[in-house]
Design a protein around this ligand. Sequence first.
Ligand SMILES: [Zn+2]
Length: 464
Amino acid sequence: VAGRLLRTVDVVVIGGKIVSEFGILENVGIAIESGRIASIACPSHLPSASTTIDASSKLVIPGVVDAHCHSQTPGFNMEDYEHVTAAAAAGGVTTLQDHPINIPPTTTAENMRLKLSIAQRESYVDFCLLGGVLPENLQEISRLAELGVTGYKAPMVELLPDTVPKLSDGELFEAFQTISATSLRVGVHAENEQIISHLTKKLRKLGRRDPLAHIESRPPISEYEAVRRAVLLAREVGCKLHIFHLSIPEGAEAVRSAGNEGLDASCETCPHYLLLDSESMIQLAGLAKINPPLRDKTRIAKLWEALREGSINIVASDHAPFFKEEKMKEDVFEVPAGIPSVQTMLPLMLSEGVGKGRLTMEKLTEILCSGPAKLFSIYPKKGVIRVGSDADIVVLDLKSEDTIRSDGMHYKVGWTPYDGWKVKGRIEKTIVRGEVVAEKGEITGSKGHGEFVTPKTKAEDLRN
Ligand SMILES: [Zn+2]
């Protein structure tokens, strides 16, 4: 707590309870100057400010860092930076980590510069980029690191026909070796393509095209085997590993035991694996098609448990929208996999997680804010309310209730699988580096405010 500053700062946030790394603080405010947190102090010690944000009877948390978001940009028309970052802003996400699955994919320095130029022009919130791994781009790995990727994504199944193929085990192993030299983390989409394509062929032969056929074509073992294989290969070369969108608790267990044996391994799950189950697939059909698929209630209960006790490190949205017409095709195997999710993640995790007593508020900010920022080396710039950190802040009204509506979503595709869900708690304000970018669902920020966030260097890492 600093002494009263003589100068006037840009913004002070007063009156709210603050979720800090030291627990929940009362009777303190936050002073913001040049986009950073200048001080956290009791009101009488706060400097005067040009703008005062009154957060009385509200909760103030760090902005969410969404480690898994697909801007689908460039190369597709179902999403773009303007819409995805508007949705992020309205949903309390102040930094999104954009995945490289676009056309051209973010797998070369040149392609990365292209995406960066679009993102810097269009973004309402801050963003970081993952580099993609292809069978033939290993020479680009270090160049992508020089340009500031926060990590890499390596596909164990084909993610985009003709553009992002799966890596063979040999290619994956070599990619891990190359990436280990960058000290960045590599995340994998862990599924076993051979099991899946075999079962898909078999189900199609039987005439199955129904929603549940999708789930049957990708059984838990097809995910579990790939998680174990990724762990083995990463351990061999000492590469930091992350498992994206884990849907099975068995996978979390495998990652945890690898951690116990010294591997720096982490994993994430997503709101849909915690909130939707195989029965939702019957109701929502293709709208809920996602890879890996939704699982049964027993596994879901264990996923919540794994989250609570820390064997699942973070929750990320895996926001991957497609137009409703495509998602509603009769033949489930023709439906693209992915759901829009970035705007509803915080409200749902707040209501279904904290509101229903499954998570504490401190745990929520760990899995959505500081956890992802630490894994992808942007902490403590992001993910925490601390002096010196970026002033990325979300003001929550825990008392009000809200209903999620498709027409309230800022997505270009205009729908959400959670349409009609009632949530307790509401996002009042989203602040990115001192600027209020969204207020009660409306966008108040400016396009281009979002900045590119790069990972800390090794030297900085040693200091923190
Ligand atoms: Zn994804």
